[in-house]
Design a binder for this molecule. Structure first.
Ligand code: ARG
Ligand code: ZN
Length: 498
């Protein structure tokens, strides 16, 4: 969730847009560029989602930046490869802030290549193996260039093992805030959206390349290491503790969870026997119980509208991060204890919890194929917040949407700039677009559309144009004019349709 100064309470924010409209350190762009005329990125959107469909199509002309043509982040992603699985075997020495180990990647080649790159900005690589054989490599941050001994052909599967070490620290994101690896007094946490993951692990750091993950975390003795998915094993020895986690659902690198500290794991059972696994600091065990207790009600509410909960388990993780952190890490969003210290379920906590849960459908199950598609995450999660607030009697979607429309900043929700990708028009301003769509096609078709979006695209990464096409199909209407007016336009109508 994006937090603006003085806007911790969305309700307060809604009456004081002027003060809330612009994120910290972000210059509001009064005059926007006209809808993008960039060449279409090398991102396929038509193939079968079950086979990780949104891989870059074979690139004959890699961009100068060694990326895959993302208009907002040209250096992210890597042509010619589709990472299918990562195994991170990492050791973290908190006292020295020293992270070391190996990352193993199962890669399917999507093109014939003499060399390929990974995103890597900071890691000091000492060895690269391809199928067990040493390969040449060159650190050219933010890229790691790898030259195999023999030409790789399209369709070939290779195993890449990278040994590295890094003294990880947060870096300034082009999107505004800091991202990457954050040391804490007792350990660390990560916040990687959008471009933080490759500052602490070499990877294909673009949401179009989702993969499964295994994490072998070796941490200081007595500490807990946490990552996405299921806890597979935990062993303790005087030299340290090892925690093994596994995420079997395709996950984007920006959605990786990694926490090290004095945590306790709390399991439970949710709707339809969904396994729940939450993570709180040991000292917070009692304070956080009300938040753990609300999870099942929220899942129960959302699955009626969005379809079955799309992952194998859920939980929340509340860490000792800076205030305002809320991130939809797959299967277990990460929050800041600073925002939950009261132990009460006031509106900020309701908003945080419902927003990040809704991202499991919108963002995590179906991810953006390009960063300019970020509204597919944030506008949908914001709309879900409004629905939850209405459900618990803390407002109505209509009034929240009206306030949202009033607060729009000139600019297209479908075409954000990097500094504004987590700004107003991607959140409240884009939820307004969804409300206008609902008013145009009616409740039944609107929620059928949302369910189809997830059911058809779960596990893959999609573009705004994919959503528009599905909206046309599901509604049986030609919504071209609607989307031109509400989604692509820089300035919106003064009132909702109907
Ligand atoms: N996806 C987050 C949310 O739920 C926002 C993350 C923004 N990125 C950041 N580095 N703070 O709204
Ligand atoms: Zn969000």
């Amino acid at each position: 969730m994006h937090r603006r100064p003085g806007c911790v309470l969305l309700a307060a924010c809604l009456t004081t847009f002027a003060a809330c409209a612009t994120p910290p350190g972000v210059v509001s762009t009064e005059a926007r560029s006209t809808p993008s005329t960039e060449p279409s990125p090398q991102l396929s959107t038509t193939s079968n989602p079950s086979t990780d469909s949104t891989q870059p199509t074979p690139s004959t002309t890699p961009t100068d930046d060694n990326g895959i043509g993302d208009s907002l982040f040209p250096s992210l992603g890597n042509p010619g490869i589709d990472v299918q699985h990562y195994t991170l075997a990492l050791q973290y020495d908190a006292l020295r802030n020293d992270l070391s180990g190996t990352v193993h990647l199962d890669v399917a080649m999507t093109d014939d290549r003499d060399e390929f790159s990974l995103d890597s900005d900071g890691p000091i690589v000492s060895k690269v193996l391809i199928d067990g054989q040493p390969a040449k490599f060159e650190a050219a941050d933010p890229e790691l260039l790898i030259t195999p001994n023999a030409r790789l052909s399209r369709g070939q599967h290779i195993a890449v093992d990278i040994t590295y070490r890094v003294s990880p620290r947060p870096v300034k994101s082009q999107a505004g805030e800091e991202v990457g690896w954050f040391p804490t007094t007792a350990g660390a946490y990560v916040l990687d959206e959008p471009e933080g993951a490759h500052t602490w692990v070499p990877c294909d750091d673009h949401p179009s390349d989702k993969a499964t993950f295994r994490f072998d975390l070796h941490v200081d003795a007595g500490k807990t290491g946490v990552a996405n998915g299921a806890l597979i094993d935990h062993t303790s020895s005087p030299g340290g503790d090892t925690w093994i986690w596994q995420e079997d659902q395709p996950t984007a690198t920006y959605l990786v969870q990694l926490l090290i500290g004095d945590y306790t794991l709390v399991d439970g059972v949710g709707p339809d026997n969904l396994p729940l696994l939450s993570v709180v600091l040991q000292k917070d065990r009692t304070t956080m119980q009300p938040y753990l207790d609300t999870i099942s009600d929220q899942i129960d509410f959302f699955d009626d509208y969005f379809g079955p909960y799309p992952f194998d388990r859920y939980g929340i993780a509340i860490t000792d991060s800076f205030e305002g952190l809320a991130m939809e890490t797959t299967e277990r969003p990460t929050f800041s204890r600073a925002d939950f210290a009261s132990g009460r379920l006031d509106s900020p906590q309701q908003l945080f919890l419902s927003h990040e849960l809704a991202h499991q459908w919108f963002g995590d199950a179906v991810s953006p194929a390009r960063w300019k598609d970020i509204w597919l995450n944030e506008s949908f999660a914001t709309y879900a917040e409004w629905m939850w607030l209405e459900h618990i009697g803390m407002g109505t979607v209509d009034s929240l949407a009206n306030a949202g429309l009033l607060g729009r900043i000139p600019g297209s929700t479908a075409d954000p700039t990097v500094p504004e990708m987590f700004g107003y028009d991607s959140y409240e301003g884009g939820a307004v677009v969804l409300h206008a769509l609902r008013k145009t096609i009616g409740d039944d078709l609107f929620f059928t559309l949302l369910r189809r979006w997830v059911a058809d695209n779960k596990g893959s990464s999609r573009t705004t144009e994919d959503f528009v096409a599905l909206a046309n199909r599901v509604s049986g209407m030609d919504l071209t004019k609607f989307f031109a007016t509400w989604l692509y336009a820089d300035t919106l109508p003064a009132a909702f349709p109907g």
